[in-house]
Design a binder for this molecule. Structure first.
Ligand code: PEP
Ligand code: MG
Length: 898
């Protein structure tokens, strides 16, 4: 039988940091820290395998928690032995009145899920133990306070009883004693509170409170295991795409107390500032408090810098220990500590979640300090999502809203970025609004794990209570969502759905803006602008570019987008969708005339009007992308997308074409298609109306000649969309080649150009070998390829795909992350067959997947030449490509979440 329980403490441990799958991040780290000699309170971890076993075979369900479920005897044997060791190390005994040992029981999966699963503290308490503890610590108040906390926590977490009746009992007592805060209650008051809490427990459960510590422990372990399958934990795993884990481990550890008076305290600190990356001990603490007080946000903590004065020795010791931890784990650490009557204990350490800005600065700094290699920095210190966050928009005019006195209040700048939306006060409302396509700001007094779905749906999160490590702050930072936390200057009224700073009151549905970078809340909808790029960012991206082999191009339709993308490091354009050029005011009329003309002559006349516009746009793009390849796709969408539907527009077109509105309308009706996505679009347009392809080819090649004459290198690649059979490509290629000859003769100059195809029809992928006879390049249009391979309409998936994903039928949205087992196989097969026929074939991808890190890793793995994505995703794609290259070279990723 394999071991179920792994001990740690006293400078030794049964496990180590590599055993995350078995011990959870927390258990593995505790083992590692203990073995490294850090002052970790001793304890033991029950493995995730036991969790799986008891959840599947033990008859324990979420509902089973707190009821009659039992743990197996074999497990008890190991737990008893491990507990005896803890008792020895702490010189205390579980359930003993003379030298009582209290323990914590915590969850911990292989991947961090902050606040999602259950924790029970102060376990092992009874009337006798409380009395003994009071004697030992010479603090009646402390002992009864710990007891009443435990009663409430045990009832809530283990037995599933709401906290409300306990809070009510507490409020009632405070009222009777005229106490303003909990701290005004004395020992006798708290003892009285324990009696009342026990009565609440009896009333709510129908049983008296279990004073046998072993029974408490058994119930708590079962509750933590069961919390793995709680709604909130399941939802969180869904959002974070956490998969393949077998369950949570349970770490049982001796309690140390931060609430034993003025020489005690508790806090959280980061080895570097997680908001801006500065190298400083960063965090917060509370004197005479337990860890839950910091995280729950019920008291607002002090910044850690002030600990230097309050407890200088502890501060020094903490600084030295945390420094070692950062060196040891080769990453920023997020550390929980407690000081018990002047003695420092480290409770937990994990890789610190950080903002995008901080991630890049920390990576560059840690390389400069010689703490990590560049490869490690790329692989472990910056995630693609960090860059996404870094490149988030900010408010266009911060000075403006300040000048106009529209700042309602200022809270903690808990997670940077800017968010604009209408105000809602409940997570459910945020979810519902998001489903209607609305943007909202979620305002809460404080958030809890039950709110995660609504928080995820919101553009920004605001809380009136809590610190930088409160639930709202931690979760928002992880997601890169703007968050202002602990904004004490406002009052949030759930009943009336209002938010007020005493002067101005906002109601549900009012627009507001949130500046997570400064902590400001602003009335009204602020204008957003592009993100700023730092020197550190450029340095880091330079390293990334050195390691990657996959090229990164951009999907850009306008000179402006092309310019942005080039500044972000795009190495060419992988897709220029020419149809977007036709929608501008001055062009759409000519486009409509072209579509609605009766005959080729009419169409040619209208196309002649469009030619100069296209030529100018292409020339501008060629100039911006000087020296880099530019793939321009011929017209793709069904023509009726351009048709006028408003009566006013129809009248304008009829007038310009000198035809009656009735006739125009009947022509529009004739163009209706039942399945436009499978209809008259893509190369089918260029084949039935070759004059469109002629005009576009002429515009592209004339622009190329013009720019080449300016002395610039142009590399046009003309791409034919929606090809299914080689004959379609041959047809279009012939048109392009004929026009090219004409243009070069007219211009007196020759430009090298390529003609290639999109691969977006499954038949084209299968017949790639014959298509490669004609095509000089392939570009996978994985949007259509996914649509056509899965048979999922791109426009209609919203009605069923979310349910499919929730049910786990598809693990991810296949329009976001490439369906590797299906569409991915077609991509690989087409690439292989295409290259077999034409070894020099350039192969890339230009569907939305080209900006998705997991899809990019796949593209790198199968040996595509490039990915192409929207301008703001270019840096993300560069990083994903760099990480893929390092992984393929066998450089291991180090993940140290606890
Ligand atoms: C595609 O289908 O993947 C593609 C890039 O083309 P579009 O999205 O314009 O259909
Ligand atoms: Mg397409």
């Amino acid at each position: 039988m394999t071991r179920k329980v792994y001990r740690f403490g006293g400078g030794v441990a049964d496990g180590d940091a590599t055993m995350k799958d078995l011990l959870g991040g927390k258990g593995a780290n505790l083992a590692e820290m203990s073995a490294a000699g850090l002052p970790v309170p001793p304890g033991f971890t029950i493995s995730t395998e036991v969790c799986r076993e008891v959840l599947t075979h033990g008859g324990i369900t979420e509902q089973g928690a707190g009821k009659s479920a039992r743990l197996p005897d074999a497990l008890w044997k190991e737990v008893d032995a491990a507990l005896a060791e803890v008792e020895r190390l702490m010189d205390a005994r579980f359930g003993d009145a003379e030298r009582p040992l209290l323990i914590s029981v915590r969850s911990g999966a292989a991947v961090s899920m902050p606040g999602m699963m259950d924790t029970v503290l102060n376990l092992g308490m009874s009337d006798e133990v409380a009395a003994g503890l009071a004697k030992l610590t010479q603090s009646d108040r402390f002992a009864w306070d710990a007891y009443r906390r435990f009663l409430e926590m045990f009832a809530n977490v283990v037995m599933g009883i709401s906290r409300a009746p306990f809070e009510h009992a507490m409020d009632l007592l405070k009222h009777e004693r005229a106490a303003r805060s909990d701290r005004d209650l004395g020992a006798d008051d708290l003892r009285e509170l324990v009696t009342r809490f026990k009565a609440v427990y009896q009333k709510e459960t129908g049983h008296s409170f279990p004073t046998d510590p072993r029974e408490q422990l058994e119930r708590a372990i079962i509750a933590v295991f069961s919390s793995w399958n709680s709604d909130r934990a399941v939802k969180y795993r869904e959002f974070q795409k956490i998969r393949g884990l077998i369950g949570t481990a349970v770490s049982v550890q001796a309690m140390v107390f931060g609430n034993m008076g003025e020489s005690s305290g508790t806090g959280v600190c980061f080895t570097r500032n997680p908001a801006n990356g500065d190298k400083e001990l960063y965090g917060e603490y509370l004197i005479d408090a337990q860890g839950e007080d910091v995280v729950a946000g019920t008291r607002t903590p002090e910044p850690i810098s002030t600990l230097k004065d309050r407890m200088p020795e502890i501060y020094e010791q903490l600084a030295a220990l945390t420094e070692n931890l950062e060196r040891h784990f080769r990453n920023v650490q997020d550390i929980e500590f407690t000081v018990q009557q002047g003695k420092l204990f480290i409770l937990q350490t994990r890789h610190g979640k950080r903002t995008g800005r901080a991630a890049v600065k920390i990576a560059v700094d840690m390389v400069a300090e010689g703490r990590v290699s560049k490869d490690e920095a790329i692989l472990n210190l910056v995630e693609p999502a960090h860059l996404d966050q870094l490149l988030h928009p900010h408010f266009a005019d911060e000075a403006g809203y300040r000048r106009d006195n529209r700042v309602l209040a200022k809270g903690l700048a808990a997670s940077p970025g800017a968010g604009v939306g209408t105000l809602v006060f409940h997570a459910d409302d945020a979810e519902a609004a998001r489903a209607r396509g609305e943007k909202v700001i979620l305002a809460r007094v404080e958030t809890s794990p039950e709110d995660v779905a609504g928080m995820h749906a919101a553009e920004g999160i605001l809380t009136s209570r809590g610190g930088m490590t409160s639930h709202a702050a931690v979760v928002a930072r992880g997601w890169g969502k703007p968050c202002v936390a602990g904004c004490h200057d406002i009052v949030i009224d759930y009943a009336n759905k209002t938010l007020s700073n005493g002067k101005v009151t906002l109601h549900e549905g009012d627009w507001m803006s949130l500046n997570g970078t400064t902590g400001e809340l602003i009335s009204g909808a602020e204008r957003l602008t592009d993100a700023l790029v730092s020197d550190d960012f450029q340095v880091f991206m330079g390293w990334v570019d050195q390691v990657r082999t996959l090229r990164v191009r951009t999907n850009a339709d306008t000179p402006r987008d092309a310019g942005v993308a080039r500044a972000f490091g795009a190495e060419g354009i992988g897709l220029c969708r020419t149809e977007h050029m036709f929608f501008q005011e001055d062009r759409i009329l000519a486009m409509r005339q072209m579509i609605l003309s009766d005959d080729e002559r009419g169409r040619r006349k209208a196309l002649a009007l469009l030619l100069p516009y296209q030529r100018d746009d292409f020339a501008a793009i060629f100039r911006i992308m000087e020296g880099l390849p530019v793939t321009i796709r011929l017209l793709d969408p069904p023509l009726h997308e351009f048709l006028p539907h408003e009566p006013r527009q129809q009248e304008d077109v009829a007038k310009a074409m000198q035809m009656s509105v009735e006739r125009l309308r009947s022509r529009i009706t004739l163009m209706h298609e039942s399945n436009p996505m499978l209809g008259h679009r893509g190369c089918r347009l260029g084949i039935t109306h070759a004059e469109i392809t002629e005009m576009q080819a002429r515009a592209i090649l004339e622009a190329a000649c013009i720019v080449k004459k300016e002395g610039k290198t142009v590399m046009p690649e003309i791409m034919v969309p929606l090809v299914g059979i080689v004959a379609e490509l041959t047809h279009q290629k012939n048109v392009v080649d004929r026009v090219a000859k004409e243009v070069f003769a007219e211009q007196g100059i020759v430009v090298e150009y390529l003609v290639g195809t999109m691969i977006e029809v499954p038949r084209a992928a299968l017949a790639a070998e014959s298509i490669a006879e004609e095509a000089q390049f392939f570009s996978f249009g994985t949007n259509d390829l996914t649509q056509l391979t899965l048979g999922f309409s791109r426009d209609d998936v919203g009605s069923f795909l979310p349910k499919y994903i929730a049910a786990g039928i598809y693990a991810d949205d296949p329009f976001k992350t490439l369906d590797i087992a299906g569409v991915g196989q077609l991509v690989k097969l087409a690439k292989d067959r295409g290259r077999a026929r034409r070894p020099s074939l350039k192969v890339g991808i230009c569907g939305e997947h080209g900006g998705d890190p997991r899809s990019i890793a796949f593209c790198a793995e199968i040996g595509l030449d490039y990915v192409s994505c929207s301008p703001f995703r270019v840096p993300i794609a560069r990083l994903a490509a760099g990480q893929a290259a390092l992984k393929s070279r066998g450089i291991r990723e180090k993940s140290g979440e606890a």
